[in-house]
Design a binder for this molecule. Structure first.
Ligand code: HEC
Ligand code: HEC
Length: 390
């Protein structure tokens, strides 16, 4: 049973129970009838508007987050000091990059679409295949050390950071003592916690009639809320919607080498011959292969900043996404049975798009979220550095 339906069901049971209790007290017998009627009425509309947004702002330690912000924008965290997290997660593009498939460490190219990092700290599992389900500290380590991402050795990173007097000061002020790779992996997630959606018309109640009808379709006839639920509009689970493969991953050698090395590392069977991104199969490894082609339900917040869409950027606009669902998704033997032709009129499709756009808020591009000062790498070395702990 989906979470919402479960809540409603148990809500109805509790109301019914209360009704019985009331019935015993007031012998008129009206109590339980009212309760039953209310319960049935609620159960008939399984999704409540209050189950969605706004996304709660998170508690953050300001000093640790400020340190994490500088690290996020600092290219010295990559092996050749050429790319930073913000090379791919660009603030003006909703912390995605506007490309179908991401860039990668120089000498290779990416095979997945860069996801937004807005609200990422509230997720339960990360990456399009959900392969990291522990915490953001692990996602940060993976992003820094993975060869095709930033290709950095944690020990070298630690020594580099220790040479910068500004970091030495910031780590101390943040309560971490001297810079270490462990505290780098804590400070960046602390910064990511500051990236929370705000000001979306959906949350401020500033919705046009078209957006309101779109929301009704979303919860009702179009069935979107079955997977896009909760304040972030995601159930944090993987599903197969039949998004077509991006042929670039197999035709462009720079992308292909990345996918092959990833597949080898993840233990994907027969990886030299398959021509598809297996998705969540890397995590669940089902022997019957029914998990092949499942991807994590993405958030629907900030979509106006993060085109193109899907794990491989195969759909360019929100109009095209809605048309994709209206056709019943793509073709895939493992496709989720809930993805089926919707027969929505042109107007209904347009309303869904207006609704999706109402989930985008203020861009997080001010100094609160972006390290605006130039990061000076030509600092004078720490005096008497051989005798200093740092
Ligand atoms: C070369 C481009 C690139 C760089 C550099 C990069 N990322 Fe990413 N990031 C991606 C891509 C692509 C994905 C999705 C990967 C996948 O699904 O396999 C991703 C995924 C993520 C996610 C998971 C988001 C989600 O919704 O599941 C987080 C968090 C993240 N990156 C943080 C970082 C941090 C922190 C850094 C710097 C230490 C960083 N990234 C550097 C491209 C990049
Ligand atoms: C069975 C679960 C399910 C249902 C139902 C569903 N979605 Fe999705 N949605 C997903 C998954 C999974 C993805 C990611 C697929 C991928 O990356 O290949 C996705 C991706 C999207 C995206 C792209 C987001 C991005 O940032 O890339 C949009 C927009 C979207 N869905 C909107 C909708 C709308 C509108 C409906 C209803 C018409 C809907 N979804 C119904 C599971 C679902």
């Amino acid at each position: 049973m989906p979470e919402n339906a479960k809540r409603v069901f148990f809500g109805a049971v509790i109301l019914f129970w209360k009704g019985l209790a009331m019935n015993r007290r007031i012998s008129s017998g009206i109590g339980w009838r009212i309760a039953l009627a209310v319960g049935v009425a609620i159960a008939a509309s399984p999704v409540l508007a209050s189950d969605f947004g706004p996304v709660k702002q998170m508690k953050v330690d300001a000093k640790k987050a400020a340190l994490g912000k500088r690290l996020f924008f600092d290219p010295r965290l990559s092996g050749d000091a050429a790319i930073s997290c913000s090379t791919c997660h660009i603030p003006a593009k909703g912390f995605a990059d506007g490309l179908a498939l991401s860039k990668a460490y120089p000498g290779s190219d990416g095979f997945r679409n860069t996801p937004t990092l807005i609200n990422t700290a509230q997720k339960a599992a990360w990456f399009h295949d959900g392969r990291i389900g522990t915490n953001l500290n692990d996602v940060t380590r993976e992003s820094i050390t993975e060869t095709y991402s930033m290709n950095m050795d944690m020990r070298l990173m630690q020594e580099r950071v220790k040479q910068d007097p500004i970091y030495v000061k910031m780590f101390k002020e943040a309560g971490y003592g001297e810079p270490s790779n462990g505290s780098i992996r804590k400070a960046i997630p602390e910064y990511l916690k500051t990236l929370t959606s705000r000001g979306a018309p959906f949350d401020t109640g500033n919705l046009s009639d078209a957006a309101k009808s779109g929301f009704d379709l979303f919860k009702g006839k179009a069935g979107c809320a079955a997977c896009h639920s909760g304040p972030r509009f995601s159930d944090d689970k993987a599903h197969n919607t039949g998004v077509p493969e991006n042929p670039e991953i197999w035709s462009n050698p720079m992308r292909h080498i990345t996918y092959v090395s990833f597949s080898m590392f993840m233990g994907i069977e027969n990886y030299m011959n398959i021509r598809r991104d297996v998705g969540a199969h890397v995590r669940t490894h089902k022997s019957d292969g029914t998990d092949i082609g499942k991807f994590m339900t993405p958030t629907l917040r900030e979509l106006t900043q993060t085109a193109p869409y899907m794990h491989n950027g195969m759909i360019k606009t929100l109009e095209d996404v809605v048309a994709f669902y209206n056709r019943g998704g793509g073709s895939d033997p493992n496709k989720d049975p809930r993805i089926k032709p919707l027969n929505l009129s042109r107007e209904e499709q347009a309303n869904l798009v207006v609704f999706l756009k109402s989930l985008s808020g203020e861009p997080l591009t001010g100094p609160e979220h972006v390290w605006k000062e130039k990061i000076n790498v030509n600092y004078t070395a720490i005096k008497d550095w051989l005798n200093k702990r740092n």
